[in-house]
Design a protein. Structure first.
Length: 217
């Protein structure tokens, strides 16, 4: 009789689970459908608020997502020394006086930069046309793999609503690890120290400020 009751209970449990599982699945599906419907309704509301068709809104939203992410760009800029003393490319001695023939305190630059933007000045951040964020850039040359390193803050402007490409303006600092300056004890337009007959140059790292524009595609 005990075996009969156990079998009966087991059958009841099987029947109960068989009936309950479809109901649980239906509830899960219903919740997912409600979430999708709410998301679609919100998207339509945002598109209408922006005066766009839903398809156009989605296209701009996808482009903005790429625009606000991490992007690469080619930048052109100019830097100015923030430290005292000239960068000296060439110098000579004329009648015992140190004369600088060529200095480069203001330097044009071409850099490869990476940046990340956050949306600014946008009612709907998902279709923002402007972004602000940090950037980092490097400059190479035929002599050095990395001739300079720059970092700072960058403002980005989308070139087209449906494209992630942008025109950017950045301001920050640049570090040059190997810069030539007059050697210790020497000064431009001043006599050479006693006992010296030639101009001495030395290499040192320098920090400057940089202003640049870049194009991200």
């Amino acid at each position: 009789m005990a075996f009969s009751r156990s079998l009966s209970h087991g059958c009841f449990l099987t029947v109960f689970l068989s009936a309950a599982c479809p109901l649980f699945g239906q509830e899960t599906t219903s919740a997912a459908q409600k979430a999708d419907a709410a998301a679609q309704s919100k998207e339509i509301e945002m598109a209408t608020s922006a005066g766009l068709a839903v398809a156009d809104y989605r296209q701009q939203k996808a482009a903005t997502k790429d625009f606000l992410g991490v992007s690469l760009g080619v930048s052109f800029g100019v830097s100015f020394d923030a430290e005292a003393g000239d960068r000296v490319d060439e110098a000579e001695v004329v009648n015992g006086i140190v004369r600088v023939k060529k200095e480069s305190n203001a330097r044009p630059r071409v850099l490869l930069e990476a940046h990340h933007f956050w949306p600014i000045n946008a009612k709907d951040p998902d279709i923002a046309k402007m972004g602000l964020g940090p950037f980092a850039a490097i400059q190479g040359s035929d002599k050095e793999v990395v001739e300079g390193f720059a970092f700072g803050l960058m403002l980005g402007l989308k070139r087209k609503p449906i494209s992630p490409s942008s025109f950017n303006i950045g301001f920050g600092f640049v570090v040059d690890p190997s810069v030539k300056t007059l050697g210790d004890g020497l000064a431009a337009n001043q006599p050479l120290p006693t006992g010296e007959t030639q101009v001495r140059l030395k290499e040192e790292s320098r920090v400057g400020v940089v202003l640049l524009v870049s194009f991200a595609f």
